[in-house]
Design a protein around this ligand. Structure first.
Ligand SMILES: *Cc1c(COP(=O)(O)O)cnc(C)c1O
Length: 412
């Protein structure tokens, strides 16, 4: 049973999508504080570095308000960026959003904002590889220590890892390659009881998980993925609910020179108008493909939060309004990684490439546990990550049928 085939949940998911669809059509169209846009439906692209003022006094007054959406200089944001920030804050249910140059910058900017020398950070062992590397190299060099925790840790287990200098607990739910759904409300409770912030990478859950309702302090999105939605740009967003956190975050972003091109911001705004309908269709297709994989002999586990048996499925049922379209498949250990490579090379409709969240389907061999430092024997066979796009799901499944035939032939 899942959210997609149980009637009460299915109708709730549909209601959620409709609400998102309506909100995404209306949001952020007059949010830059610059009045109506001459009747055109869309806000314009406004490029700029220098902002001119009528007098020195006006320049000085505006310049003293560095932390709001004050137009003082292009590197501090443009009206197009502020329109986008309003829409992202609305999707996330936060009060303020800061657009940054990439999803990775959306991870590193709040880490730098909320950690300091001598501090300690707790990271889930399933975390996105470049996030792990940032902790192990840059943060370590700055005198900030990171410990990795098992993503399905208990409250008592997490409490035992908390130190007096723990400033940040980070979560990524579900994990990039292993798809564990984390208990965010519990992580938030333990973090807050110890005076730490909970930062959440919410890229997979873009709209189906409401970070602030569940206690996160900071929500991170790689806008490169579903928000852009067309595989044509790189950007990130950091969203907060609390006014004090906003000042800390905004100050860090400005000091780090975090900026996104108005053209890219405009493309993301354009992508967001169709987010509801894209995500609904892609989520349904992905669930159909995941269920098909679950019935195949070649497959040991399907790592899709909406499927029973996937790690954290019960938490997904409790906390998520739906799913997105990225999931993993672990093949039986009798198949080796060369056979999975041959399968992926044989696919015709699926593309081979990094990233996800666009309108096109992708397949990528993965090793969910490769970067892990904690002992884990959950996945024995070789794995592959699938992103499902807007193609016809029956044609995707036909492509995968052919791929599995190649997998079997390559293992004989
Ligand atoms: C892709 C991704 C990022 C990084 O986004 P970029 O825009 O590619 O830098 C961060 N976190 C997660 C979970 C991602 O999937």
């Amino acid at each position: 049973m899942s959210r997609f085939d149980r009637p009460p949940d299915a109708s709730r998911v549909a209601a959620g999508w409709n609400t998102l669809a309506t909100r995404m059509v209306r949001a952020g169209r007059h949010a830059g504080g610059d009045g109506p846009e001459d009747g055109f439906v869309n806000p314009p692209v406004e490029r700029g570095s220098t902002v001119l003022f009528p007098s020195l006094q006006a320049l000085r007054e505006r310049g003293s308000k560095r932390y709001g959406h004050e137009l003082t200089y292009g590197a501090c944001g443009t009206p197009t960026q502020f329109h986008l920030e309003a829409v992202i804050a609305e999707i996330e249910g936060g009060t303020h959003s800061q657009i940054v140059s990439s999803g990775l910058a959306a991870v590193t900017t709040p880490l730098l904002a909320f950690l300091g020398a001598g501090g300690h950070c707790l990271m889930p062992d399933c975390v996105y590889g470049p996030t792990r590397r940032f902790c192990d190299t840059m943060l370590r060099r700055m005198g900030i220590e990171t410990s990795f925790y098992e993503p399905m840790i208990s409250a008592a287990g997490l409490q035992a890892l908390m130190r007096p200098n723990t400033q940040v607990v980070f979560a990524e739910s579900p994990g990039s390659h292993s798809f564990e759904v984390q208990d965010v409300p519990m992580l938030a409770r333990v973090a807050h009881a110890n005076g730490a912030k909970l930062l959440l990478d919410n890229t997979w859950g873009i709209h189906v998980f409401q970070p602030f309702v569940h206690g996160a302090d900071v929500s991170i999105q790689a806008l490169t993925k579903y928000a852009g939605g067309h595989a044509d740009l790189v950007a990130g967003a950091v969203t907060v609910a609390d006014e004090q956190d906003w000042h800390v975050l905004r100050d860090a972003a400005i000091q780090l020179g975090q900026y996104a091109s108005p053209d890219d911001c405009w493309l993301i705004l354009r992508g967001l108008r169709t987010l509801g309908i894209r995500l609904e269709r892609q989520a349904r297709s992905a669930f159909a493909v995941a269920q098909w994989f679950a019935g195949r002999d070649e497959v040991a586990h399907v790592l899709h939060p909406a499927l029973p048996g996937s790690p954290g499925h019960e938490i997904w049922l409790r906390d998520f309004a739906g799913a997105s379209s990225l999931f993993g498949v672990v093949f039986r250990p009798s198949f080796d990684t060369h056979a999975v490579d041959a399968m992926v090379d044989a696919l015709g409709v699926f593309g081979i490439g990094e990233s996800w969240g666009g309108y096109e389907s992708l397949a990528l061999p993965s090793t969910p546990t490769i970067t892990r430092t904690l002992a884990s024997s959950r996945f024995e066979g070789p794995a592959c990550r699938f992103h499902i796009g807007l193609e016809d799901p029956d044609e995707l499944i036909a492509d995968l049928e052919g791929g599995l035939a190649v997998l079997r032939a390559a293992s004989e």
